[in-house]
Design a binder for this molecule. Sequence first.
Ligand SMILES: C[S@@+](CC[C@H](N)C(=O)[O-])C[C@H]1O[C@@H](n2cnc3c(N)ncnc32)[C@H](O)[C@@H]1O
Length: 325
Amino acid sequence: MVYERRKAFTRLPWDEDEEKLLLQLAGRNFTYKDILEEYFPHRTMASIKNKLRKLRKKLRLYNNTHRELKERMNKGWIKYAFFHKRRPLKVLDGYAGAGDSFISYLSFSREAYACELNGTRFEELVENVLQSTQGKIVYDHKIRDLRLIQIKSLKKNIVCVRGDVEKLASLLYVLGHRFDFVDLDPCGSCMFTLPLTVKIIKNGYLAVTYGQLQLARLKRIDVLRKECPWINEKMDMYETLTSLVKWTIYEGVRAQNYTDTKLICLKELVSLSPTAWNRSVIRGFFEIRPSPALADSLNHFEKEKSKVEFLVRNVRYGLRDTCYQ
Ligand SMILES: C[S@@+](CC[C@H](N)C(=O)[O-])C[C@H]1O[C@@H](n2cnc3c(N)ncnc32)[C@H](O)[C@@H]1O
């Protein structure tokens, strides 16, 4: 297959009146086709869908059922980790957004880090953490591209970081931090952050969102191959998801050095919309343990492959095998 260079395209900005009209039309159940043809013929269908999704997200009208299921699932996963560790967890939420999930993790933790790249979301995150914990800011400092705000509340130590999660993970690794529970919940891909994340979990749990499945829907095989070299143009969504989950486990093999060997086990795979898995957000929950040797990691990876295939098949058929109920 020969890959083509993608051309940059210029976006036509939306003004406030257009945004209001779009929300009104959607609220009156106009179809996308009618909205496009009758009100916004100068735009594309993709631009209308995208704008509506962003506006709904901003107004928190987007995917309420999906959000509820995610909240329940996240709580189940952190409770499972807490139960197995039998002590407060050290937590990192790598793509924290405004902190909806992060705040629910705080009840199981004494030391927690939340990272967010977007400035507006970061302000919301700090505000929400301060409100929910009744805490106080004790430190606000910049280290290169990272802004760290430390919040103390009773016995909890919370750090909100504005910046790129990969940079934060590198810093935490160098400083010797090791985590019990890490959540990577990007809108797109977190594959570039995975190798470092595997290093900062010594014996713990990892939750991953496969946001890059949107790329498979858009047939961006070029970008997906960069994510995971096992993916090719002949694969459908089902095979692409299987490859991405296997690659997550394979990171345990790739993370190898003689002092830092890992085994990664898939505990659960969930589609946030069980009836339409191929249009939904899919999250995986993994356990990470130290491995005695590279050979053990490789043998474990071979065994884990069939479990991945079984759980991806369950997602495809809307079945759910949960590890914590
Ligand atoms: C799906 S949202 C997170 C939602 C959040 N986990 C929750 O449950 O409420 C993904 C967030 O990741 C942020 N983000 C994207 N790239 C990032 C990066 N490289 N480092 C840190 N945050 C990033 C985005 O700004 C966005 O707010």
